[in-house]
Design a protein around this ligand. Structure first.
Ligand SMILES: C[S@@+](CC[C@H](N)C(=O)[O-])C[C@H]1O[C@@H](n2cnc3c(N)ncnc32)[C@H](O)[C@@H]1O
Length: 333
């Protein structure tokens, strides 16, 4: 008698719309048809903004406020003129012709991040703030459960406009405060945000109203410039799906170098095994693939194996919310 397949064997490893499947190749062909893509892009933008505003994310008002805020003067101070942008970064992205290297992308990043969180629990009546808080705490809870509590130096890689950086910092600063009270010491958490877009970083800096983040650094995650063994925790939140796997491999090596022995890398991103993601309506996955050029590469990449190859150990993966997975690994000596 044949043994019935286990639940694991039934789990699809990735959506049919990514990789080399017929459906995926059909979608890719559609995207390459320029006039179709141009119409889709405009339609997608309209729907994205309308839906966000209906759910309380004041997209156009936020854009206008940031544009009028004078943040543009921050750009030259935060730009590291020695940074060289890799080819994979110098491409249209999220329907912006200049990808992440423009003000439009930076002015809209916060609204897009709030809209993304709302989509995770769209059947629940959460406010945008509640959804964002839940998204971040579902990531932090995995870190807590792994016993990653004693953290002094944190690097948030691909920090964008700083939402992930500030929430991670607050999480660990609160923990440090509890320890401080108990031991009567005064230990603070040193958190740095790093990104390749100086536009995003300019916004991050002005939004960090309490100046709780030690530094906002313009650099490539592949070559951060930090001394070896500088951090206890590095996070990559929603970054990997924007990268070709060759870049991810390089970044893992760099993270291993800058982490102290026993330090951790923590990754949260789209979960290829999520049934919600695997069942996205065709319009949505087509738009996603058309605006994020490394989608196929990401969904077919074995992230855990790449971490092991880079010398990480104790690698665990947790479905941290219905769409995302959190992967945590330890840097060994
Ligand atoms: C989706 S955003 C991350 C959002 C943010 N971490 C959060 O959770 O809200 C991805 C960010 O990664 C940055 N990025 C992409 N490639 C990078 C690289 N090689 N080095 C540094 N940052 C990179 C982009 O500029 C972008 O701001």
């Amino acid at each position: 008698m044949q043994t019935p397949p286990t639940r694991n064997q039934l789990t699809k490893q990735k959506p049919d719309w990514a990789g080399e499947d017929l459906l995926s190749r059909f979608v890719n062909q559609l995207i390459r048809t320029k006039p179709v893509y141009a119409v889709m892009k405009q339609q997608a933008r309209k729907v994205l903004i309308q839906t966000a505003e209906k759910n309380g994310v004041m997209w156009r008002a936020n854009y206008a406020a940031l544009k009028a805020s004078g943040v543009q003067v921050e750009l030259s101070a935060i730009t590291n003129v020695d940074v060289q942008y890799p080819d994979y970064y110098n491409v249209p992205f999220h329907a912006y012709d200049q990808g992440n290297l423009c003000w439009d992308a930076a002015f809209e990043a916060e609204s897009a991040t709030y809209a993304m969180a709302l989509r995770i629990w769209k059947n629940e009546s959460l406010t945008a703030d509640q959804a964002q808080a839940r998204l971040r705490s579902s990531f932090h809870e995995v870190l807590d459960r792994q016993g990653i509590t004693n953290v002094r130096d944190i690097l948030d890689v691909g920090c964008s406009v700083g939402i992930s950086t500030r929430t991670l910092h607050d999480h660990y600063q609160t923990k440090a405060r509890d320890v401080n009270q108990a031991l009567d010491i005064n230990q603070t958490v040193n958190t740095i945000g790093l990104d390749l877009s100086p536009y995003m970083l300019a916004i991050a800096r002005v939004q960090d109203k309490n100046c709780s983040i030690s530094q906002w650094i313009h650099a490539r995650a592949e070559t951060t410039g930090f001394a070896s063994s500088s951090f206890d925790l590095v996070s990559l939140q929603f970054v990997l799906h924007e990268l070709p796997r060759s870049a991810t491999v390089e970044i893992f090596q760099e993270m291993r170098r800058i982490l102290r022995s026993g330090g951790h890398i923590a990754i949260v991103d789209n979960n290829p095994k999520s049934t919600v993601i695997q069942s996205l309506p065709p319009v949505l996955f087509t738009l996603m693939k058309s605006t994020e050029p490394w989608t196929d590469d990401y969904y077919t990449f074995d992230v855990e194996a790449a971490l092991a190859d880079a010398g990480f150990e104790a690698i665990i993966t947790v479905e941290s919310d219905p769409r995302h997975r959190t992967i945590v690994a330890r840097s060994c000596s």
